[in-house]
Write a new protein. Structure first.
Length: 145
């Protein structure tokens, strides 16, 4: 049996509305929002009495999705919001953009901060890491050739 596709990446956030605004500003499209709870969800995530609010955002081409989840119950466990890029685990999500400087400016209005600086990889890309909602690293790539 072969894998069919990667469906989405999940991001647990504290402020769902702010996270939606951040990713919509980046250029993703809000696919939908819904609450979820019940034994089926408890069994999937391995927790009890789970109550969440979920928003699904997708890239304009429809191939990439993020599931943004705010837990109402049980309380979220604090992570390391400023974890450096070399921390074990899922660390970043990368997006290709038309104009990296414009994107950085727009996302700063939503609380994003550069992790390092904008750099150039050969004559191919301009790249940077931004700290986004829930401390995740949002990597940006602008193709230059």
């Amino acid at each position: 049996m072969a894998i069919q596709r990667m469906d989405h990446v999940g991001v647990v956030v504290e402020d769902l509305k702010a996270a939606i605004a951040f990713f919509v500003e980046l250029g993703l499209e809000l696919e939908g929002e819904a609450p979820a709870e019940g034994q089926w969800l408890d069994r999937i995530v391995g927790l009890e009495r789970v109550q969440v609010e979920v928003a699904m955002v997708r890239t304009p081409d429809g191939h990439g999705k993020l599931e943004l989840t705010k837990f109402r119950s049980p309380r979220v466990r604090a992570g390391e919001p400023d974890a450096p890029a070399n921390t074990l685990g899922l660390r970043r999500v990368m997006f290709t953009v038309d104009d990296i400087e414009d994107t950085i400016t727009r996302l700063r209005a939503h609380g994003a901060e550069l992790v390092g600086e904008v750099t150039q990889f050969e004559n191919l890309f301009r790249l940077c890491y931004l700290r986004g909602p829930a401390g995740i690293i949002v990597a940006l790539a602008e193709q230059i050739s």
